[in-house]
Design a protein around this ligand. Structure first.
Ligand SMILES: N[C@@H](CCC(=O)N[C@@H](CS)C(=O)NCC(=O)O)C(=O)O
Length: 218
């Protein structure tokens, strides 16, 4: 039995923390949480007490710290092979790692203009966020990734069938599409809805809404 502690940022705003948390939840392992409020004078020092990078999430276990969501995914996959973080089939596994890495390394306009904000109320009908230029291209790329994966998936509701690490990497994007009023259709809309219906994401969102901290976003 290993004791895990997951170091997180605010649940309302820290999309990387959400990714890490969903992956640890998927293992079924018990874990403690430490939430460090972001965007404060003491934030960096508080995170560095746990995570040498000064960023969250970080997973503390077995006398070590594992930081960065990709490293956490690989650590959990090795430690809990039965959890299905990555698909069993090698080709699907390579594809899942590719799209997770693409999210990890890319989509700068999405991050800058649509930061995750679970306290934000969705806009009314017809009042969605203005999407143009680079952001439109990034959203089209995400829709293409989701649609392609769903067309290949033989069963289940997620990118490679059952929920795994690749879905955790795209889960915060589903919340952004709702809170910024970005309309989707077809397989991409169905996939967004499957993510949002998950009890783990609902649990995180309820905790996010109950947090006392507010960070102003665009
Ligand atoms: N590449 C990192 C990104 C982590 C990251 O940027 N986390 C943000 C919060 S979502 C952070 O720690 N910010 C701390 C700060 O800005 O002081 C990962 O995959 O975990």
């Amino acid at each position: 039995m290993v004791d895990f502690t997951l170091i997180l940022g605010n649940k309302a705003y820290s999309s990387w923390s959400l990714r890490g948390w969903l992956m640890v939840k998927l293992t079924g392992a018990a874990f403690d949480e430490v939430v460090v409020p972001l965007d404060r004078p003491e934030t960096k020092t508080a995170i560095r007490a746990h995570s040498p990078s000064g960023r969250v999430p970080a997973l503390k276990a077995e006398g070590l710290a594992v930081w960065d969501t990709l490293a956490i995914a690989e650590y959990l996959h090795e430690r809990f092979p039965e959890a299905g973080l990555w698909p069993e089939d090698p080709a699907a596994r390579a594809h899942a790692r590719s799209i997770a890495a693409e999210m990890h390394a890319g989509f700068p306009a999405l991050r800058a203009r649509l930061p995750m904000d679970l306290k934000r109320a969705p806009p009314g009908p017809g009042a969605g966020f203005a999407v143009d230029g680079t952001l439109a291209g990034e959203i089209a790329r995400i829709v293409a990734i989701w649609s392609d994966c769903r067309a290949r998936a033989e069963a289940g509701d997620f990118l490679f069938g059952r929920f795994g690490a690749a879905d955790a990497f795209y889960a915060p994007v589903a919340t952004r599409f709702v809170t910024y009023g970005i309309a989707l259709e077809g397989a991409a809309a169905d996939y967004r809805d499957a993510l949002l219906a998950r009890p783990d994401l609902r649990e995180w969102t309820a905790a996010a809404k109950a947090e006392p901290w507010i960070i102003e976003n665009p």
